[in-house]
Structure formats: C-alpha cells, structure tokens
Design a protein around this ligand. Structure first.
Ligand code: NAD
Length: 285
C-alpha cells in the first residue's frame, strides 16, 4: 500500500520500542496515528513526544487509548472509539507483544503460557476482529494489516517455548489472513514482520504481566542465569528500532508479505525449511 498523508494508522503497543519507532516514521509521512497500549504513563509520554515532532506535514495528529489487546471487548471498544474519531483505518499494525518466561518447557507454568498467548496471539486475533471488518467496508480504498511476529516464528530457539509457539501462530495466522483477503478483500494486503534482535524494552516485558498471572520461576536460578546470559549474548548487537521501522515501511509500500530484517538468521530458517522438505520427500519415496 502506498503510504499517504492523512491515512489513519492504528499501532498496538505503540508506547515503546518497535511500535513507537513505527509511529514516529509514519508521522514523518503525514499519517494520523492511533496508539493503543496497556501502559498509561508510557502511552501519554509517547503521544506527547510524537505530537512534538517536526514533520513536513506539521504536528502529527495522535490519538492515544489505553487498552489491553488481550481483552476482546476492550479492543472492540477502542476500535469503535478510533473509528468515531478518525472515520477510517487504513493501516493496522498488530505489534503489542511480550517476551515471556525463559526456561525448559517442562518447567514452564500455565500462567506463563496464558500471558504470552493472551497478548501475542489473542491480541493479534482481537486486532483483526476489531478493525478488519471496518477496513473491508471502506469501499475502493487500499488497506494494510501488519503483524509483528519474530524470527522466532520461523525458527525455534530453545528455552523460550511460549514465545516461539506464539510467534509461529502469528506467522500462520498472517498466512491464512492473506489468503482469506485475497478472496474476499484483495484491496487489503497483509505483511508479517519477523525481526531478530531489536533495541527495545522487550527484555523488561515482565513489567506488563498482570498480577494474577505472576508466578515464581521453577527453573533453578543458576540455569536461569545461564539462559539469560545466552539471550543477552544473542541480543548483544540489536538493530535500532528506527532502522527496523524504515525497513517495515518500505516493505508495506512494496506489498511484501514476509518482511525479514536480519539477514544473519537466513541459514537457520533455510535449515529448518530444508529439514521439513526432506522429511516430506522421504515420505513420498
Ligand atoms: N525487540 C526485539 O528484539 C524483537 C524481535 C522480534 C520481534 N519483536 C516483537 O516486536 C513487538 C514489539 O515489542 P518491542 O520489542 O518493541 O518491546 P517493548 O516492550 O519495547 O514494546 C512492547 C509494547 O507493547 C505494550 N504491551 C505489552 N502488553 C500489552 C497488552 N496486553 N496490551 C497492549 N499493549 C501491550 C507495552 O506496554 C509496550 O509499549 C512484540 O510483538 C515483540 O514480540 C521484538
């Protein structure tokens, strides 16, 4: 979709990291922004910073709504509010996400799964359910849905199972959505973004875990420390979020379905795809 001034972009998790960087990049293109986030003070601060930006189109128009993406009713209410304020939605970015607990899968707890699935999977489904029907009704105009998955949605790093499962789900949901829209609303395109490490607050995601889903880790502290150190090593040279935002905007404008941002992960993705294809060929032999 060609990005044009005065289009309306909804960005979940827009108060921090990738969501904020996308909002700032879209503001520079003159889009009207609607940010949804569960962290009210961070959301207010983000909206202020965005409104203060100097852009070729003057001060950006920014709507900011506090909303938990995992709450289907709250998302629908936020969608209704945005549609009544802005009249339309051209670009939906389902970005809100959390990292979740680290550790071996057999020591994970139901609450670890509930939290990560609620935000990272149901949050995306709720965004699509709340906004796509209205986007389909905007006869004749192009639209775009961007789901922020992860390279962990195409590969399977260990000790991060709920996150890996959730991001594989987001890739699959995006593929299905793209095929559905091709039949029923080809004016709306879909992209799924699969980044490697990006400089954000993802490693401090626990700040947003609801009190009722907080649990003490069952992974022994010395093992947890080793796993954390390995992840910090993996994240040692993260991409700046504004660089990622530039890549995503270019991908949207080319109507790319897969937007991959870290070439160094290509061998892992290739090796996994090769193993699957080899197994399928072996079954046919
Ligand atoms: N940072 C990375 O290395 C990286 C890599 C691949 C994918 N991603 C994905 O990028 C997306 C954005 O994460 P980030 O790295 O910018 O992290 P971040 O923590 O900086 O930002 C995430 C934002 O989502 C919000 N959020 C969390 N739970 C929410 C909820 N229930 N409802 C509404 N908002 C909620 C947070 O308040 C925050 O503003 C996530 O989906 C993440 O999985 C990040």
């Amino acid at each position: 979709m060609k990005l044009e001034p005065h289009q309306v972009a909804v960005i979940t998790g827009g108060a921090s990291g990738i969501g904020f960087a996308l909002a700032a990049a879209l503001a520079q293109r003159g889009l009207h922004l609607a940010l949804l986030d569960v962290e009210q003070p961070a959301l207010d601060a983000a909206a202020e910073r965005l409104r203060a930006l100097h852009t070729p189109f003057g001060p950006p128009r920014v709507e900011a709504l506090c909303c938990d993406v995992s709450d289907a009713e709250a998302m629908q209410a936020a969608a209704n509010e945005i549609l009544s304020r802005c009249n339309r939605v051209d670009l939906l970015v389902n970005n809100a996400g959390v990292g979740g607990a680290l550790g071996p899968q057999w020591l994970s707890q139901p609450q670890d799964w509930q939290w990560v699935m609620n935000v990272n999977v149901f949050g995306v489904a709720n965004g699509i359910r709340a906004f796509v029907p209205a986007m389909l009704q905007q006869q004749g105009s192009a639209g775009h849905v961007v789901n922020i998955a992860s390279i962990a949605g195409l590969t399977a790093p260990p000790f991060l199972s709920p996150y890996v499962a959730a991001k594989h789900a987001v890739v699959g949901m995006s593929e299905s959505l793209a095929a559905e829209l091709q039949y029923m609303g080809p004016q709306i395109r879909v992209s799924v973004v699969c980044p490697g490490g990006v400089q954000t607050r993802i490693m401090q995601s626990e700040r947003n875990r609801p009190a009722e889903l907080k649990v003490a880790p069952r992974t022994p502290p010395e093992l947890l420390a080793k796993i954390k150190a390995a992840f910090e090593q993996l994240m040692r040279d993260p991409m700046p979020a504004d660089e990622l935002a530039g890549i995503v905007l270019a991908g949207i404008e080319r109507d790319d379905f897969y937007i991959l941002t870290h070439a160094d992960h290509a061998p892992e993705a290739q090796a996994r795809a090769d193993r699957v294809v080899q197994a399928a060929k072996a079954a046919a032999a």
